[in-house]
Write a protein that binds this ligand. Sequence first.
Ligand code: AMP
Ligand code: MG
Length: 337
Amino acid sequence: MARWTLLLAACALVASCEADRPAWQYGFAVMGTEVRVIIAGAETRDPTPHFAAVEARLAQIGRDFYAWADGELAELNTALAEGRSFQASADMAGLLAQAQNLSRLSGGAFDPGIGALVELWGFHQPRPGVAGTPPADDEIAVLLEGCIGIARISLRSSQVASDCRGPLIDLGGIAKGFAVDEAMSLLRARGIANAMIDAGGDLRAMGRNGRRAWRVGIQDPRGDGVLGSIALASGEAAFTSGDYARYFTHEGTRYAHVIDPATGYPVTHTAGVTVLGGRGIAADAASTALMVAGPEQWRSMAERLGTRAVLRVDAEGSVDMTRIFGGRLEPVPATVD
Ligand code: AMP
Ligand code: MG
């Protein structure tokens, strides 16, 4: 099972910080990720229907928002590839509009219209790089000159069209953010005010865990240790992109699943980026964009994206962070009280 993030240990810390009734926890696999739903102990006597509702909604998102599943996004991609327009659901149209906007703000570093490149590199498969070899330079060049990029689609009254045959839309860089936001809204609508959704280390907190804030640990992507922990405010999301979850190694080079849309090659300068933000969608897109940004650009790009709490680890394992992230990072609590 691929872990997509460097934010781990969430539940270990969540559990250790529980000073009241133990939180309810439920886990299931969806979107290639181990998801955990945690509801503060005092919220309910029977969490089962809440867990079931979240699981059903996330399974639906897994079908409809993954390009290589058999739901709405697959249908949309087929229509665009055949030169037809597509009448999208309100959810799909909304997410595409946000994705287009975030892509523009990132100067194209985040681009969910590069599914053809993701496929060429083999990162659409659950276990990427089966062949274990990178594609040829000219195959990449052909794709870069072809119908590629989210800017090639237009959206009018939820009607999606393109000025070329394609592009292949891959919402994998933002779908977990959408899923986590949806799960939170669903729980809120069901009367739950204190919960945490952890999608393989990409997570969002709501309310508190008993008397304390929900707290997550930040794992060092190049070591065994934990860099620190963060107490999340209510509604806050913590998302991570990294090079250590989906990758393959060929002749000593690591090729990981975040691709620089400008070059068509996987990012090699960055091991991981963690972003704190008010919404899962924005934090998810930003963490992917900042993975691509590189050592010179990541701070200015973070500002353009409106993300102020960012931690970046480069390929050699050096850690850098914004002042605001540094102010939030605390030592991991050593004992359970
Ligand atoms: P994340 O873990 O959120 O950074 O998402 C990575 C996934 O997003 C990859 O597995 C691809 O499906 C897709 N992806 C890769 N590169 C990009 C990019 N530059 N912009 C948007 N999505 C990307
Ligand atoms: Mg992302």
